[in-house]
Design a protein around this ligand. Structure first.
Ligand code: AFD
Ligand code: MN
Ligand code: MN
Length: 427
């Protein structure tokens, strides 16, 4: 199904009056504080967050999967789902593919289908954390770090193949996340495993098209519980530095030990121009992959504070990072969940944009701790949602995407089309 323009127009005209009141109130207040509201609206209209192809079905615990209904059964239907999100919020104009879960059999057709929804292809993800049917060697004891050369070669070859799939679709980045590691002390020689990983990555890097980036994602534990070869940002950064200027670190919010200061990691990587991409999600304990902003919205905002600071500082050489969501779980409708995640990301971004930078720098220079905190928290406590709604209205999206999703009974229609038992490919 599609969300039609007339349905959005109808919804917007119903909500217009109330929206305008809220928007006028907020924009007047912000303008009085010297904030360029128009510039923020423009930034919001341009801001696009990639949706992972693996998040359109339910799933997310090791113990079981309670499938939703009317899930997309093919890559085509996944693109159709993202088309729905993008029509509703005009901020989800990209898809991040996981290979081999979502191999584009007919790349031209897939590309033009995505194009018809105004969707582009973001980073492609390789998968050497699971064995596939007809695979010669097992990844049970690792992939790019494996002790056996044949296994490493197979994993390297897979990554090169993923680049090829991405090239046809117009992707410009490869994300590598390795489950490689060990479950017991002495199982693995740390130094040698890291060395082998570097050498494998170098082979993949040699096949990277010149206008591509390689993102190296780190994670401290799970599925291995004693050690992970690329355990933290430092290891990822080390590898990215050794590989070269096209390699970057990817930060997944759930891939840190409890209480890690992620915003400081972001700042450090940006100082070095090595922050390549982001996987947004939220968590209470580990890699919980919950809806963005559902548990720690203040942390998300502080991260965006560093991101905006880094992007706006002309001395920082960091390219604008690739924004991607990496979340999925069992208890919500995946499309509603993604609408919530996109909204949370944009709220945090906007709150960071309304921070009075000059004033903050001045307070920091003066070591006025209280004032610095006031400035930042004042932004965090501002309800910026009318700015998001205005950006959506101007881009032809819905003032209230989730409200319209429910009113149009989108999931019910998808079930009618695809059936109750339609289950998405992926995890
Ligand atoms: C992992 C990583 C990662 C990977 C995904 C697969 O976060 O980005 O591609 O899960 O579902 O935990
Ligand atoms: Mn991730
Ligand atoms: Mn993860």
């Amino acid at each position: 199904m599609n969300v039609e323009k007339y349905q959005i127009d109808e919804h917007n005209s119903l909500n217009e009056r109330q929206h305008k009141k809220r928007y006028d109130f907020l924009s007047e207040m912000l303008q009085q504080e010297g904030i360029d509201v128009e510039a923020i609206i423009k930034k919001l209209m341009d801001f696009q967050i990639a949706i992972p192809s693996w998040a359109l079905g339910t799933g997310g615990t090791r113990f079981g999967r309670f499938s939703g209904t009317g899930e997309p059964r093919s890559l085509e239907e996944k693109i159709e789902d993202i088309g729905l999100l993008h029509a509703l919020n005009r901020s989800s104009g990209a898809i991040s593919l996981h290979i081999p879960w979502d191999i584009p059999e007919n790349a031209d057709a897939i590309k033009s289908l995505a194009g018809s929804y105004d969707i582009v292809f973001d980073a492609v993800n390789s998968n050497t954390f699971q064995d596939q049917k007809n695979q010669n060697y097992s990844y049970k004891f690792g992939s790019l770090s494996h002790t056996q050369k044949e296994v490493r070669q197979q994993a390297i070859h897979h990554n090169i193949e993923v680049i090829k799939y991405g090239e046809v679709l117009g992707s410009k980045a490869l994300t590598v996340w390795l489950a490689d590691g060990s479950c017991f002390p002495a199982q693995q020689n740390f130094r040698k495993a890291l060395q082998r990983t570097l050498e494998s990555l170098q082979e993949i890097y040699a096949h990277l098209p010149t206008d591509w980036k390689m993102f190296i994602e780190y994670k401290p534990y799970e599925p291995n519980f004693y050690s992970t070869v690329i355990q933290d940002w430092g290891t990822s950064f080390l590898l990215a530095n050794k590989l070269g200027s096209q390699a970057f670190t990817l930060v997944d919010l759930g891939h840190h030990l409890p209480n890690t200061n992620i915003e400081q990691i972001v700042a450090t990587l940006m100082m070095e121009g090595k922050l390549g991409g982001f996987h947004f999600n939220d968590s209470k304990y580990g890699d919980d992959d919950l809806t963005v902003g559902s548990i720690k919205p203040y942390q998300l905002f502080l991260i965006f504070n560093e991101l905006v600071e880094g992007i706006e500082d002309k001395n920082t050489k960091n390219p604008v990072p690739a924004w991607m969501i990496d979340a999925s779980h069992n208890v919500k409708d995946p499309l509603e969940d993604l609408l919530q995640s996109v909204e949370a990301i944009k709220i945090a971004y906007t709150q960071a944009l309304i921070i009075h930078r000059e004033m903050l720098w001045e307070a920091q220079r003066q070591n006025d701790v209280v004032k610095a905190q006031e400035i930042v928290q004042n932004a965090f406590r501002t309800d910026v949602r009318p700015l998001l709604a205005e950006a959506r209205r101007r881009s032809g999206a819905a003032i209230n995407p989730l409200g319209l999703f429910r009113k149009l009974e989108v999931r019910k229609k998808l079930v009618e089309e695809r059936g109750e038992l339609a289950i998405a490919t992926g995890l």
